[in-house]
Design a protein around this ligand. Structure first.
Ligand code: PRX
Length: 660
């Protein structure tokens, strides 16, 4: 398989890269109607700040800004002096303009229940929820943790926070009680909004017990607001817990919004870094909303009157923030929101939904595309997908095979594909083709969008010539950039601005092909990318060593055909714990990681070993472990303190694969 997008930096990948010479120019028909025209690059280039001001003017401001950008590297302030309300931009202005009857969400629950929610209804719901939050005592600047299934109330809760200036911190519903507690503590949340549970894989799963468990720890949470989704039996603490329907439904549906400073914090979203403690990536309002809306308009070519747009991401991730909640609603789009898994009750469920609602724009992750490929063409072919006109990909490199399959089988060779590169930290899309403008190549995110500057550099921050690889950096501030790591200023500077002094380093490796198109090569730090989700090796290691049987652990991300990377752990057991017959123990360790972090971090494989390969200074040589995990001949091991270790590891493997 030639896979330039996931190769390492060996000469091989460069050769592979030059073999990928398929181009897919936009059709004249698409280009003629596209939101973005080719002159947008030059226009943005001519006066970058004026360009961003134009984009900001697409939003509704209560008071215009005085200064576009104040840049004291690494601290940016955008649209300084401006006053804005995020939920007014997402809802009120559409209703005020007579678009209240337009559908905001076609919600499809996993069991098949549906709800059609118009912009007017969303505004009423958010207004009620905003009153409810105020009644509970939430004020501007307070932090609210949101731990929800993928149901409309998740978006309502986020917008209600934004409406009153409270800072939301959405924690993905798949995270464990421990992970939830650490995020509640770090942000010092005052309120948790959750649900009794949700539907997944054909059954109701519970969420509230994880909140109860988390809140046994130390925290300042005063109330827990609970949406009734499944109706399952739910333990109740009547001093603390409040049913959403009991508090919210009776509130007034009219709410006068307050306007906040452009730099008022909008949300915190935790993401894995290279240490065990997740980072609270923190975003503010005016710049974030500007770039979320602009990118949604030009990259997805949204025509709000006609399109039915479906981004399959959960609101627990940045993609759900920028391309389910803020970008699309600001643009007045009609969306599909689906609660469940792609194979429930059958492997064609998502295609059925595309056909049912006439989805025109579909935005999803390579892992799902590869999973669809594996399941077989008969599932998409059984449904009418001809409404689709644009396809998007995000979260990890998409290999050319998957890209071609997406184009041919899902898009009937008729839809431009936008492979969008960005991060929780960047807040919005940074590198992507522009549909109708860019001639795409399967597997390449192509180049920075108008207004953004992305460069591939060598070790000394010098741009590499075409045909070479290096590190991806962003050398000019952008409106939706993170404003910091919550409560950890040193970490902000150290993580993003120190590798290349004063320049934002994204943590990704990238290559430029002979024509200067960018090919993302994956993370160059100790962060894995599993199914498009970021998980740090250290975080999983520290979860493993918190188990009484484990003395030491080393975790690597090994190439995985389906999920991009899979988590492979090497563990040394404490003295006295038998190595042989460790199946049960391995199972237990896997469950332990699930408990500590969540199922997304469960290792695919755990190998019990007697030693770990270390340099003389004691640093674990992950490169060698990666060779083992990927079934390759072990590379250069000459710097090992004990050269025999790798032999011992390869011989004494007691491994077990995740069969769950
Ligand atoms: O390694 C890159 C990869 O995902 C990382 C960001 O992860 P996260 O903050 O969770 O955001 C994911 C959704 C935006 C990046 O550092 N990544 C994201 N999109 C792509 C990608 N790698 C290659 N191609 C992409 N299109």
């Amino acid at each position: 398989m030639s896979n330039p997008s996931t190769g390492d930096s060996s000469g091989d990948s460069i050769e592979n890269l030059s073999q990928e010479n398929r181009h897919f120019p936009p059709s004249p028909a698409f280009a003629a109607q596209a939101n973005a025209k080719s002159d947008l690059y030059a226009h943005a280039e001519k006066d970058r700040l004026a360009f961003w001001e134009e984009q900001a003017r697409e939003l509704t401001w209560d008071k215009s800004w005085e200064t576009v950008l104040e840049w004291n590297s690494p601290y940016a302030k955008w649209f300084v002096g401006g006053k804005i309300n995020a939920s007014v931009n997402a809802l009120d202005r559409h209703v005020a303009a007579g678009r209240g009857d337009r559908v905001a969400f076609h919600f499809e629950g996993e069991p098949g229940d549906t709800r059609t929610i118009t912009y007017a209804q969303m505004l009423a719901d958010v207004s009620k929820a905003a009153h409810a939050l105020t009644q509970i005592g939430i004020k501007a600047g307070d932090r609210v943790a949101i731990y929800m299934p993928m149901i409309p109330e998740a978006a309502v809760a986020m917008l209600a926070c934004a409406r009153i200036g409270a800072v939301h911190s959405v924690v993905f519903g798949g995270f464990s009680a421990d992970a939830l507690l650490s995020r509640i503590q770090d942000a010092d949340a005052k309120l948790v909004i959750t649900a009794d549970g949700g539907f997944r894989k054909g059954a109701a799963f519970a969420l509230k017990p994880a909140v109860d468990e988390a809140l046994k720890g130390k925290h300042n949470v005063e109330k827990v607001l609970v949406v009734k989704r499944t109706g399952q039996e739910t333990a109740w603490n009547s001093d603390r817990d409040i049913w959403w329907h009991e508090l919210v439904d009776s509130q007034s549906s009219e709410h006068t919004p307050e306007f906040f400073d452009s730099e008022h914090p909008l949300f915190i979203l935790y993401t894995s870094g290279t240490t065990a403690k997740p980072k609270g990536i923190f975003h503010t309002t005016g710049g974030y909303l500007t770039q979320a809306a602009y990118t949604h308009r030009v990259v997805f070519d949204i025509k709000p009157e006609k399109d039915v747009y479906w981004c399959t991401a959960d609101v627990g991730w940045i993609t759900g923030h920028s391309y389910v909640v803020y970008g699309p609603l600001i643009n007045g789009a009609t969306q599909v929101m689906y609660e469940g898994t792609p194979d429930t009750p059958h492997k064609g469920r998502m295609f059925e939904i595309v056909a049912k609602y006439g989805v025109t724009i579909l935005y999803t992750a390579p892992t799902l595309i590869r999973t669809w490929m594996k399941w077989g063409d008969e599932f998409p072919k059984a449904h009418k997908l001809s409404s689709l006109r644009l396809l998007g990909s995000v979260g990890e490199p998409i290999n050319p095979e998957a890209w071609m399959w997406y184009r041919e089988v899902i898009g009937a060779n008729n839809c431009p594909i936008v492979d969008t590169w960005w991060q929780t930290e960047t807040g919005a899309i940074m590198i992507s083709p522009l549909p109708g403008v860019t001639s795409t190549k399967p597997g390449s995110a192509m180049k920075a969008i108008p207004g953004i500057s992305a460069v591939v550099v060598d070790d000394n921050a010098n741009p590499v010539p075409n045909g070479h690889g290096g590190f991806l950096i962003l050398d000019k501030p952008w409106p939706s950039m993170l404003r910091g790591v919550w409560g950890e200023d040193e970490r902000y500077k150290e993580t993003y601005w120190s590798r290349f002094k004063g320049i934002y380093f994204a943590g990704d490796g990238a290559k430029l092909d002979d024509e200067g198109a960018i090919w993302l090569m994956g993370r160059v730090d100790d962060v894995m990318n599993v199914s498009g989700h970021r998980i740090s090796t250290t975080e999983v290691e520290s979860a493993l060593v918190s188990h009484e049987a484990v003395a030491e652990a080393a975790v690597v991300g090994a190439a995985d055909e389906m999920t991009g990377q899979g988590i492979v752990a090497f563990v040394i057991l404490r003295g006295g714990i038998p190595h042989a017959g460790g199946e049960e123990l391995v199972k237990e360790l896997r469950a332990h990681v699930t408990k500590e972090i969540g199922a997304i971090a469960r290792p695919r494989q755990i190998m019990v070993v007697a030693e770990l390969p270390k340099t003389r200074s004691g640093k674990i040589m992950r490169r060698l472990l990666k060779d083992v995990a990927e079934n390759r001949a072990v590379g250069d091991a000459t710097t090992l303190a004990d050269p025999n270790v790798m032999k011992l590891i390869s011989e004494g493997l007691n491994s077990s694969k995740d069969e769950d």
